[in-house]
Write a protein that binds this ligand. Structure first.
Ligand SMILES: *[C@@H]1O[C@H](CO)[C@@H](O)[C@H](O)[C@H]1NC(C)=O
Ligand SMILES: *[C@@H]1O[C@H](CO)[C@@H](O)[C@H](O)[C@H]1NC(C)=O
Ligand SMILES: *[C@@H]1O[C@H](CO)[C@@H](O)[C@H](O)[C@H]1NC(C)=O
Length: 179
């Protein structure tokens, strides 16, 4: 895992050199700045069952709050029997900057991969349930619509995790609980 993160960090550093829209941060996060409202723009997974309609990990996170004990709170809605139900989960801090863990449908590691705090944030989640490992990546925007460039950035990061365009779903205007 450490090696993967190191290699990924290196690849992202190289990619960052060509990405000058905003100053994107890939480590040593100021997590307090991640707090606030976000809109789900895109999702990707190596098992589409999880993020397609009725998928366990198709979570429309709408608000993120960095808590004063350094844990990270996510507010989202899920559909239960056709009704929108509000859910709050708190992910526990780990010793790594931007990395959190939570038990939800198995064991999960949540990693903030990249953000500029003001426009976009990309998260990677790894779920391990009964020995099966599933990855989900998500792109959030501070606004409902964000520039194509962020989508391209997301696609590049998905590629680093081994996911291609067939693994990516556009989630804009798919969040029926907020429409
Ligand atoms: C994807 O996840 C579903 C639900 O857990 C599982 O039944 C299926 O076997 C998985 N598919 C692959 C290719 O791992
Ligand atoms: C941390 O947040 C909790 C809940 O919002 C609050 O009750 C508590 O006073 C806060 N602690 C500090 C040290 O700010
Ligand atoms: C876990 O995996 C084992 C072996 O593949 C299987 O027999 C068992 O039913 C699974 N348990 C659950 C809760 O999915």
């Amino acid at each position: 895992m450490v090696l993967v993160v190191l290699v990924l960090g290196l690849a992202l550093d190289l990619a960052n050199a060509q990405f000058n829209l905003h100053i994107a941060v890939g480590k040593n996060y100021n997590m307090a700045r991640i707090s606030g409202v976000w809109h789900l723009v895109s999702m990707a997974s190596d098992n589409m069952t999880y993020i397609e309609e009725k998928g366990d990990l198709r979570l429309f996170i709408r608000n993120i709050q960095f808590l004063n004990n350094s844990n990270l709170q996510f507010d989202f809605h899920i559909m239960i029997h056709g009704e929108c139900v509000a859910v709050t989960v708190v992910c526990e801090k780990t010793k790594n900057s931007g990395e959190f863990s939570i038990a939800y449908e198995g064991e999960n590691k949540v990693l903030l991969v990249e953000t500029d705090y003001t426009m976009y944030a990309i998260f990677h989640m790894q779920n391990i349930k009964n020995g099966t490992r599933t990855q989900v990546l998500a792109l959030y925007g501070r606004f409902m619509q964000i520039d194509e460039t962020y989508q391209e950035r997301f696609e590049n990061i998905c590629k680093l995790y081994g996911l291609g365009s067939q693994n990516i779903i556009d989630m804009t205007n798919k969040d029926f609980c907020y429409l």
